[in-house]
Design a protein around this ligand. Sequence first.
Ligand SMILES: NC(=O)c1ccc[n+]([C@@H]2O[C@H](COP(=O)([O-])OP(=O)(O)OC[C@H]3O[C@@H](n4cnc5c(N)ncnc54)[C@H](OP(=O)(O)O)[C@@H]3O)[C@@H](O)[C@H]2O)c1
Length: 324
Amino acid sequence: MGYAMAARTQGGPEVIQRIEIGEITPAAGEVVIEHQAIGINFIDIYIRTGAYPWPVDENLILGSEGAGIVTAVGEGVSHVAVGDRVGYTLPNGAYATSRAINADLVVKLPDGISSEVAAAIMLKGLTVAYLLNDSYAVKPGDTVLFHAAAGGVGLLAGQWLKSIGATAIGTAGGAEKCALAAAHGFDHVIDYRSEDVPARVMEITGGAGADVAYDSVGKDTFAGTLASLRRHGTAVAFGQSSGPYSDFKIADLGKGSLHLTRPTLFHFSTVRSWLEPASAALFGHVMDGTVKVNINQRFPLEQAAAAHEALAARQTTGCTILTV
Ligand SMILES: NC(=O)c1ccc[n+]([C@@H]2O[C@H](COP(=O)([O-])OP(=O)(O)OC[C@H]3O[C@@H](n4cnc5c(N)ncnc54)[C@H](OP(=O)(O)O)[C@@H]3O)[C@@H](O)[C@H]2O)c1
């Protein structure tokens, strides 16, 4: 018998409890995956706390990224077989020893990508892929502001930006996190707990401002994000770890004829023709050393609540995974 870690209702980390799960059989078009590792992401916290939609009445198995071995395939599945190692990202259902999932959402893992690494980057690394290619296509020479630079998404983004040849300006909380970000591709790092972000960006860019700013912090940073952009610059708002963007008004974009987008990974990753090449590019970057994956926290699956507490309390850097 397997088990899962499910939230019995919306609430604090204490709502996460162990539930037993029976044998899982795949429906047509599905595969069953026995997890070897599972990623922890901020979206899991948003869903648990109610910041994002809650899709079931009770016992929602959290978790949006995982990797493991295919143990059964449903009718009509031909691109993966029993015994293959695969990874995926999809909202909910991952904090479990096994799960069934639509086969179109999984990709085979090359030998050079361990299941732990895949569980750490299927959501976070594919997010970096669409942010830097699709939400705004970063070019060599662009100046890019990226908040929460020492986090899971942040450390991957800094290294990817360096490989493009952009000037990357990161923000992070505290000297230790700033040093970590600087060691992972960020040319400049601003401690946003103690420094004025727009003033520092203007100083670094000689008064020009950044071409694009990626903001996943939200409430505490967004006004500064807009104030850090050049005229006609682009803001990409992709998360809200400090709270929703409640003070924002469309007129705020008028200060510089600014562009704004609010993307979400699953609008990209559920499209097979995007998922396959984006995963191949991500794995390629990891295998050739362009992007090093920092799994800085590991928790056993049963301690998912402790992993949530650490992430929400800003105690983590890089990626966090659950081991099975
Ligand atoms: N839209 C999408 O498609 C998409 C996909 C993936 C991730 N995301 C978003 O990207 C962000 C990063 O995700 P992640 O899983 O890699 O997390 P993370 O960056 O590892 O952790 C979040 C970081 O945000 C910073 N932060 C600032 N204010 C905070 C607050 N009040 N409470 C908690 N943290 C705060 C902290 O860094 P400091 O201590 O340095 O401030 C914290 O470590 C999240 O907002 C997530 O929702 C969005």
